[in-house]
Design a protein around this ligand. Structure first.
Ligand code: SFD
Ligand code: AMP
Length: 626
């Protein structure tokens, strides 16, 4: 190997891969149970935990809080809400398990120092039924601090990018990766591994191109590592077709929740029409789910998209109208009115300053005063995220006390691979967990993982030859570049390698045009999907020629390989489900209707490491609520 890379070996009991919300929850809980059993817990994150993952910039709301003790809601009501929002496809057992524990996690956040909005009675201020408002600019720093205190810095490896799982037969044995700052190859050997590497962004061509490239709603540094890791271990995946398309403020992706729920804003088209009202009849076409309240996220999207397709765009969030309406209640007292207007104005800005600073910058740059002027909203490009209103992720075991036999194989959140757990965006079919639920799921899984280790307390074998092979594979892009860089004068143009940025564009163009991205109006069909598969096959071949000029680009290479696998499992699963169940997320023009009789089931997928074959597996949706 031309570049000189040191190998660092770390042996541990439980390895947490990722340092985001779910990993922090897992770190806190695992440390507690590990101490009782004399076990070691290690965490590895590609970034620095204080600001890594989706909550890096902070958040302005906690989207899952039930307030059960306060008599507000029941766990069953939450399960019902999620199931309906996901058009009938969800694992009740997993959603239930998170929902029954989530309030406790939120109380911990407050104890750790997170400021939560309170009303005059000292109760949390709700944004919507399940959402509470926070001053969350430092949310991640606070949660990471608790995780770091629990683990101890000696057990944390930051800026180490994990690539592949290590296996010992049918059991996971650890993971390998490399430092993005030093020429070091890391080999982590563990008795159990938890995948907490978030979702996938940049699989589809984003709306933000050119000058705006790099801006996205979900973090650009979530690049499909979770899906890749679990797929490569041979784990069964679920809901790979259930991508999430959020409606967002245009160009800077500011979230809409506070506007719709807290400010009770309307969204209207260019002609002042309100698509949620004018298109009500459309909802009748989408089975029982069109009739539930709140209307499922994908159907809300769909009604807006129909307006756009008919040339009625742009769509607008009527911020000025919403603010005025709230302030109007104070109009008899000019002083109180003015005070309320100021308060609403600052809440509007804080919503974005807390979690999507770019949107506040865009408002400032375009002289937008939300109390005076509407802002454009639109459907963003697709994302893969198991924790919001999408459901992609690994197929994991449910809790022993409530999961039916079909959904339970022993340890909560263990994938179909022995010792490999998945949480947060990495676990599927349990949408609407958000930041609080992801952290909760990490806690649940950590306790189960420690129990797994106690009951399977032998160190799996790691094949040294395999490790060497992985090391060589990991650094191949840098070696390839070194070997061929002098062939041309411009390092970006060279027939012997492809740089990761160009490779990323290739994936994104293919997905956008053939698998229903923005430019194809979120629509696809079997012929287009087949073409995407042909192109993905070629990309797989070309990925062996990825070149990297430095460690940073090496990370970019691997991020794109991870994205490519997420792209493939998505394309294959969309192909297998012969109906349109989530219009507003994607529309299959060759099967344009929902088919409750034949497709109210999970379409799972698995890649077999020994045969290199993919398999589609259908699993039943079992309703636990009657
Ligand atoms: O407004 C590797 N989310 C919201 N949740 C809420 O509760 N309230 C909100 O207000 C939310 N909104 C929101 C949200 C996210 C974003 C970006 C915005 C707005 C702008 C969602 C939550 O943030 C989300 O559900 C959780 O964070 C998911 O947790 P988790 O643990 O599954 O993922 P993570 O936090 O992104 O962490 C991932 C970690 O993995 C690391 N990583 N490490 C090593 N090797 C690799 N190869 C790796 N790849 C990734 C990352 O560095 C990170 O540590 S709103 O829109 O609804
Ligand atoms: P968002 O800002 O779109 O990520 O939404 C934040 C939270 O509000 C999530 O729990 C959403 O499901 C919810 N939400 C957003 N918009 C609406 C809406 N129009 N009706 C009901 N719930 C919504």
């Amino acid at each position: 190997m031309p570049i000189n890379v040191e190998t660092v070996e770390v042996t541990t009991d439980l390895l947490l891969v990722g340092g985001g919300m779910s990993a922090c929850g897992a770190a806190v809980e695992a440390s507690y149970w590990a101490k009782k059993n004399g076990l070691k817990v290690t965490l590895v994150d590609k970034a620095a935990m204080d600001r890594s993952g989706a909550v890096a910039m902070g958040l302005s709301a906690i989207n899952q809080y039930l307030g059960v003790g306060k008599g507000k809601n029941t766990v069953e009501q939450y399960v019902d809400y999620v199931k309906q929002d996901m058009m009938g496809i969800a694992r009740d057992d997993l959603v239930y398990n998170i929902a029954r524990h989530v309030d406790g996690t939120v109380h911990l956040f407050e104890k750790w120092g997170l400021p939560i909005w309170k009303d005059e009675n000292g109760d949390y201020v709700n944004e919507g039924r399940w959402q509470i408002m926070i001053n969350g600019e430092s949310y991640k720093v606070i949660v990471a601090e608790a995780a770091k205190n629990a683990l101890g810095m000696d057990n944390i490896y930051e800026r180490v990018f994990i690539i592949e799982p290590l296996m010992d037969g049918d059991r996971v044995a650890g993971a390998v990766g490399f430092s993005v700052r030093e020429e070091k190859f890391y080999v982590f050997k563990a008795k159990a591994v938890m995948t907490c590497m978030g979702g996938a962004v940049g699989v589809f061509k984003p709306r933000s191109t050119g000058e705006g490239l790099g801006r996205s709603w979900y973090p650009p540094f979530s690049t499909g590592s979770s899906a890749y890791f679990t797929l490569r271990a041979g784990a069964e995946m679920t809901c790979q077709e259930v991508r999430f398309i959020p409606v967002r403020f245009k160009d800077a992706y500011g979230p809409v929740g506070a506007w719709f729920l807290l400010f009770k804003s309307r969204a209207t088209n260019a002609f002042g029409g309100e698509y949620m009202v004018e298109r009500k009849d459309e909802l009748k076409k989408w089975g029982p789910y069109g009739q539930v309240k709140p209307i499922p996220a994908n159907l809300r999207n769909w009604l807006g998209m129909l307006d756009e397709s008919e040339g009625k765009g742009p769509l607008y969030m009527r911020t000025e109208e919403a603010i005025q309406k709230i302030a109007d209640a104070y109009k008899d007292d000019q002083k109180a009115f003015k005070k309320k207007m100021k308060e609403l104005e600052s809440e509007a800005w804080e919503d974005f300053l807390d979690m999507t600073i770019a949107q506040a910058l865009l408002w400032a740059a375009t002289n937008t005063e939300p109390e005076k002027k509407s802002s454009e909203i639109c459907a963003a490009e697709p994302y893969f995220i198991g924790s919001h209103s999408g459901a992609t992720g690994a197929w994991v075991s449910g809790p022993e006390d409530i999961a039916p036999a079909e959904y339970n194989w022993g340890y909560s959140n263990m994938t179909t691979i022995k010792g490999l757990f998945a949480v947060g965006d990495a676990s599927g079919a349990s949408a609407h967990k958000f930041s609080s639920g992801s952290c909760t799921e990490g806690r649940i899984a950590a306790k189960a993982a420690i129990r797994f280790i106690v009951e399977n307390n032998d160190q799996p074998n790691v094949d040294a030859a395999k490790v060497e092979e992985l090391k060589e594979l990991t650094f191949r892009p840098m070696n390839l570049f070194e070997e061929h860089k002098d062939f041309t004068t411009d390092p970006e143009i060279n027939p012997n390698y492809i740089l990761p940025k160009m490779f990323m564009f290739r994936i994104q163009k293919c997905m956008d045009e053939y698998v229903g991205g923005v430019s194809s109006n979120f629509t696809t069909n079997e012929s287009k999907l087949n073409r995407a598969m042909e192109l993905l096959e070629m990309m797989k071949e070309d990925s062996e020629k990825l070149g990297a000029r430095n460690l940073h680009e090496l990370m970019r290479c691997w991020e794109n390989i991870h994205r490519m696998w997420q792209a493939e499992s998505h394309t294959r699963t969309i192909m297998a489900r012969k109906e349109t169940r989530w219009p507003g997320y994607y529309f299959r023009a060759d099967y344009p209707t929902i088919d409750e009789d034949n497709w109210k089931k999970f379409v799972n997928i698995k890649w077999d490491p020994s045969s290199n074959e993919w398999e589609i597996i259908e699993r039943p949706v079992i309703d636990l609520l009657k």
